[in-house]
Design a protein around this ligand. Structure first.
Ligand SMILES: N[C@@H](CCC(=O)N[C@@H](CS)C(=O)NCC(=O)O)C(=O)O
Length: 207
């Protein structure tokens, strides 16, 4: 049994999609980050960084934060979506790290400065939208050669999907000259959306 601490955001949904894909039993604990619940002592005890997602794996007796670490843990626990051997394992971790270090932070900042920040700062908006567009082009070029980021469907795709689902159209709309049609990303988005476990995981938490 897994306790999942999460909210209605892309980083949280990576983990609920993975739990659904693996058919693992889990209990959802919503942490309303808009209301500051990530700073409550009982959550900080599990995640000292005060950000969702986090889990407590009761079978292993371990708590974990950072979505990438959680995905690797669940993949190793179940033997799913992370090949045991190289080159599959190495390529999966490569694209997972690419998501963690690039797609999440850059699309997150782009959305923040374009849509959330009380002051519109043109330099910041341009910087993060331009970098997000460049990343989506990297992804489109990759997906022109392979069906999924690491070749086979893996935790790299599960980590990337919730971010690209929300960020693809706005960023492509702002920078069509950089992203182009993005036909390969669009094909990949449709393939993931068609997976029942992805649809279920993307609806968590229900608040
Ligand atoms: N690198 C972390 C990022 C986690 C993160 O940024 N979570 C956001 C929601 S998507 C959060 O909890 N924000 C609350 C805050 O910043 O106070 C991961 O992948 O788990």
């Amino acid at each position: 049994m897994i306790d999942l601490y999460t909210w209605t955001t892309p980083n949280g949904r990576k983990v609920s999609v993975m739990l659904e894909e693996c058919g693992l039993q889990y209990t959802v604990h919503p942490v309303n980050i808009g209301a500051g619940e990530q700073f409550r002592p009982e959550f900080v005890a599990i995640c000292p960084n005060s950000k969702i997602p986090a889990i407590f794996d009761r079978d292993a007796g371990v708590s974990l934060f950072e979505s990438g670490a959680i995905l690797i843990h669940l993949a190793e626990k179940t033997g799913r979506f992370l090949p045991a051997k190289d080159p599959g394992r190495a390529k999966t971790l490569e694209w997972l790290m690419w998501q963690m270090a690039n797609i999440g932070p850059m699309l997150g900042q782009a959305n923040h400065f374009a849509s959330v920040a009380p002051e519109k700062i043109p330099y910041a908006i341009e910087r993060y939208i331009a970098e997000s567009a460049r990343l989506l082009k990297v992804m489109d070029d990759r997906l022109a050669r392979v069906p999924y980021l690491a070749g086979e469907y893996s935790i790299a795709d599960i980590a990337t999907y919730p971010w690209v689902k929300v960020g693809f159209e706005p960023v492509r709309g702002a920078k069509p000259d950089v992203v182009g049609e993005g036909a390969h990303v669009a094909r990949w988005l449709a393939a993931l959306a068609a997976r029942p476990a992805v649809a279920k995981g993307m609806a968590v938490p229900q608040v």
